[in-house]
Design a protein around this ligand. Structure first.
Ligand SMILES: [Zn+2]
Ligand SMILES: [Zn+2]
Ligand SMILES: [Zn+2]
Length: 322
């Protein structure tokens, strides 16, 4: 499960492939080097919880003591049970926590910023849509008579940028209850671990995806990271370090996937000479290797036919010109 360096091409496999391809049983492979390009992908499912008091209809007097959601913020079960599939949000309320408190909508001020002008007391001129000018019937533009070109007009909804708070009817006090808002988000980060030489075409090659590590009950553990190969471990640590999570979030599960585009450097000996060839893709195929003997003979035969045809035409041309 933690084997992220699942190399598919070994010395025997490369030798068998080369002997068959070049029709030469004397070929000997001495080494298969792994030049695969690897991309580490870290998927972190995070749950966020925030606690606030929200305005509520007054509840009946109750004798049971209310739950204090502030002390059990992360312990209250949230519905849906599997947050990573359907509902993106959930709320947990404690109706018995009702009390007269400062109004959360206006923070006890009794008034809130005007929702029409945002507290600025001015809105775009309705006559010219905030342009400052209007077009007359002949298409010529002229100064807007209502705003005199100022583009703005006073807000008709408020006088000083504020409106009476509806939640508390301007009293600054309201009946509120505790509410936890739960939301979930999966962060996906990726990092390229290693690359094959630039001349190797990787674009058309599908990556082999393997699971490097997964913790379904929290963040990846040090033990899980220790089991990874050094390059993958380094990438995982970099991904974990680069993206610290906000204070109000907790990791619910974490998965490290490795995408590998296979590239192997094969060293072999043929007729006393040493050569190298790259095998790419999965299953691995040799890249830029001389074609087998049959193809060479076919190409030569074709060249002879083309050459004689050209010669014939040339001779015909000479005859015609004299
Ligand atoms: Zn209020
Ligand atoms: Zn206003
Ligand atoms: Zn205007």
């Amino acid at each position: 499960m933690t084997n992220a360096t699942d190399v598919e091409l070994d010395v025997e496999g490369a030798q068998r492939a080369l002997r068959e391809l070049l029709r030469d049983e004397t070929i000997t492979v001495s080494e298969v080097g792994d030049e695969s390009s690897r991309r580490a992908r870290l998927e972190t499912a995070v749950e966020y919880r925030t606690l606030a008091r929200v305005v509520s209809k007054p509840t009946d007097q109750v004798t049971d003591p209310p739950r204090d959601l502030a002390t059990m913020l992360w312990d209250v079960p949230a519905k849906p049970e599997d947050p990573f599939l359907d509902e993106p949000r959930a709320v947990i309320e404690e109706p018995k926590s009702g009390a007269i408190t400062e109004c959360p909508a206006c923070v006890g001020k009794g008034e809130a910023p005007c929702d029409k002008c945002g507290g600025t007391t001015r809105v775009p001129c309705e006559s010219c849509n905030g342009a400052g000018y209007v077009n007359d019937t002949k298409g010529a533009s002229k100064l807007c008579r209502f705003c005199s070109g100022n583009k703005m007009q006073p807000c008709a909804k408020c006088k000083l940028g504020t409106l009476p708070c509806k939640s508390c009817k301007s009293s600054g006090q309201a009946f509120t209850i505790q509410r936890i808002t739960v939301s979930w988000h999966t962060h996906k980060e990726s990092s390229v671990v290693a690359l094959a030489p630039p001349e190797v075409p990787l674009d058309g090659l599908a990556p082999v995806v393997s699971l490097a590590a997964r913790n379904e009950r929290g963040p990846l553990t040090d033990d899980q990271l220790a089991a990874l190969s050094p390059a993958v471990k380094l990438a995982a640590q970099r991904l974990l370090g680069e993206h610290p999570l906000p204070d109000n979030g907790r990791i619910r599960s974490q998965t490290l996937l490795i995408e590998r585009v296979p590239v192997y450097l094969v060293t072999y000996t043929q007729k006393g000479k040493s050569h190298t060839v790259r095998f790419v893709g999965s299953p691995a195929r040799p890249l830029g290797l001389s074609p087998p003997a049959t193809s060479v003979m076919y190409t030569l035969a074709l060249l002879v036919i083309v050459a004689s045809a050209v010669a014939a035409l040339y001779v015909t041309g000479i005859v015609r010109h004299h």
